[in-house]
Design a protein around this ligand. Sequence first.
Ligand code: IMP
Length: 191
Amino acid sequence: MKTKLCFATNNTHKLEEIQAILGDSFELLSLKDVGCTEELPETGNTLEANSLQKAQYLYDHYQVNCFADDSGLEVHALGGEPGVDSAHYAGKQRSHADNNALLLKNLQDKTDRKAQFRAVITLIQDGIVNQFEGVVTGQIVEDYKGTGGFGYDPLFIPDGYDKTFAEMDLVEKTKISHRGRSFEKLVAFLG
Ligand code: IMP
């Protein structure tokens, strides 16, 4: 029998990708599949707290084994900001363009351009909680480069590369990205 596992997302792209890695022994369910149409609570101060909050809500309200992810960009010279506020760094309009512009403004005149993307997945199976972290370190560039990806991708060059995430295709990015690395750990754990 297939093990059912709900992923706290309705992004079919993400679901298909993870389903392909997990193979036939798992049946991945979306939020819609389990009847969850409300927004999941996300009021924590850390990526760990937020991904736990989302998974715990699903587990408690829908009685399903599940996992949730949360991710953000942490910039060294800004004390780890925007971090958990990455999606709404420049305000509640949640505009990637505004967020990127604010980031560049806040880093004006700063020589320290170190940053990392971090992702945390919380898995809850039969009440047991496990978390998996993925990190990719790099630098924030002074001007936009590339048109692919989303969010802060045009401003982030991963260490060991001379192009931004926005200049990579999804396969290349996922091999080294925070999200890719966190999902690798989840998949290894689930066996
Ligand atoms: P979420 O965890 O997927 O909701 O991501 C939260 C926010 O972090 C996004 O809205 C982006 O601003 C930022 N972010 C997370 N992952 C990435 C990435 O791979 N590239 C660019 N921005 C990202």
